[in-house]
Design a binder for this molecule. Structure first.
Ligand code: ATP
Ligand code: MG
Length: 426
């Protein structure tokens, strides 16, 4: 590994620890990625200094985390994570006394702050490719778990007994999938097999942590492939329980829609265009929303407008039980959904007001994909909006006039519009 591959800030942290008599290593994804010839996303440091000792060395340092305490050394936009070597957990009786570690009855680690040696630290890491350490004292690499061999075999392989390690932290299942896709590797059979059965443990993960993980999974630029692999292990339905029945179907337009949205997202990310997580959540939950809306109409006798608004809150409420989507995103999810109801209503000044809406662009993109998948009236509607944006402003009045003539007079009554929609859905 050459020092020119390592960020200056990471080197600063490593040298300062070293010069103060501590051990200091780069570890995890950065070592793995450099050895694979990729550019690391971030640099993680590990040391025998405690978080408090790290804080004393760096003015720009803050301590974070409860489950897993560590130090962040902040350099503008770059953050170097500095973790103290982790050790093994004492048995559960001892555990109660020291307050450093904690396990649930089914083996999940609720607190992981027992410090140890570098060898123990290596055993506590997840996959063999993630347990390589670069020592700043002599620039050597310590490969404790045959990580190099796994790189050559292109294999994601768990350190220790996979089932136990998944019970300790079920998020490791998501990580296995994420790394397999990101690194273009296979998950070894021993590491893959327990996942099918243990996938439901995802329900024990705090929803805020799952939000972070889901963003990493879906906004990686390889979201479609990641989704497919998650689905193979029944993990996707754990993240989006309302999609459960749908994911078991094949070749449905609902799945085609999800795949199209993920493909578009990947393309946008890979060409440095902006994406909002809200768009993806809106898309993933669109069909559950439609289904719930129908249910409110059929079973509850509500009109479409009320049923839709009620369904929208239901669906979001259920989803945030599992994934804590922050409010700023759920607001946008709602807007994208509500605008789907408004996009067909173009009479009078409505079409012009719509163009000015801050979320018009997202809602229009959403409609385009729906049209692409469903065809029919939706495709015509999407096409109309494409044209409406592209023509000269003077021609827009003409388009609205043509629309009025085609549909025979003024705005159709609410009832008939709803019937048309229902027919299209069927
Ligand atoms: P990337 O940063 O590219 O997403 P990474 O491997 O660096 O990948 P991080 O989440 O930054 O992943 O974690 C850094 C390292 O910490 C990992 O490589 C791994 O050794 C260890 N690690 C992280 N999360 C866990 C976990 N849940 N269980 C065990 N070890 C973990
Ligand atoms: Mg990392």
């Amino acid at each position: 590994m050459s020092r020119s591959d390592i960020s200056d800030n990471a080197l600063k942290v490593l040298y300062r620890l070293h010069n103060n008599g501590f051990q200091a290593y780069l570890v995890g994804g950065c070592v793995r990625d450099i050895l694979l010839g990729k550019e690391p996303k971030d640099f993680d440091v590990t040391t025998d200094a405690t978080p408090e000792q790290v804080k004393e060395l760096f003015r720009n340092c803050r301590l974070i985390g409860r489950r897993f305490r560590l130090a962040h050394v902040v350099f503008g936009r770059e953050i170097i994570e500095v973790a103290t070597f982790r050790g093994h957990h004492p048995n559960q009786d001892e555990e109660a006394k020291d307050n450093l570690s904690k396990q649930s009855d089914h083996g999940q680690l609720l607190r992981d702050n027992v410090f140890g040696s570098i060898e123990e630290d290596a055993e506590r890491r997840d996959f063999t490719v993630n347990a390589m350490y670069y020592n700043i004292a002599d620039f050597s690499i310590h490969d404790f778990a045959k990580g190099m061999q796994a790189i050559e075999k292109r294999e994601i392989s768990m350190i220790g007994d996979p089932a136990t390690r998944y019970r300790e932290d079920p998020v490791r299942m998501l990580r296995a999938v994420r790394f397999a896709v990101k690194l273009g590797m296979k998950i070894s059979p021993d590491t893959a097999n327990p996942m099918y059965e243990l996938a439901p443990l995802m329900a024990n993960i705090p929803s805020a942590r799952l939000f972070e993980e889901v963003l990493k999974l879906l906004l990686s630029g390889q979201g479609l492939e990641t989704y497919k692999l998650l689905n193979e292990f029944n993990l996707f339905e754990q993240l989006f329980p309302q999609l459960g029945p749908l994911l078991k179907t094949q070749n449905s337009r609902e799945l085609a829609f999800i795949e199209q949205v993920l493909m578009n997202t990947d393309n946008r990310i890979n060409s440095d265009m902006k994406v909002t997580p809200a768009f993806i959540f809106a898309a993933l939950l669109w069909y559950p929303l439609e289904e719930r809306c129908q249910q409110h109409m059929v079973e509850g006798g509500l009109n479409h407008f009320d049923a839709f608004n009620l369904a929208l809150s239901d669906v979001l409420h259920r989803q945030i039980q599992r994934i804590m989507i922050p409010k700023r995103f759920t607001i946008t999810v709602r807007e994208i959904w509500q605008l789907q109801q408004r996009l067909p209503k173009r009479y009078g000044r409505r079409a012009f007001q719509m163009l000015e809406h801050p979320k018009f662009r997202a809602a229009y993109d959403f409609l385009l994909i729906r049209g692409q998948i469903e065809g029919g009236e939706l495709l015509t509607l999407a096409q109309w909006w494409t044209d409406f944006q592209n023509v000269d402003p003077e021609e827009r009045q003409g388009m609205l006039q043509a629309l009025r003539e085609k549909e025979g007079g003024g705005a159709p009554k609410r009832r008939s519009r709803y019937r048309g929609k229902k027919k299209a859905a069927q």
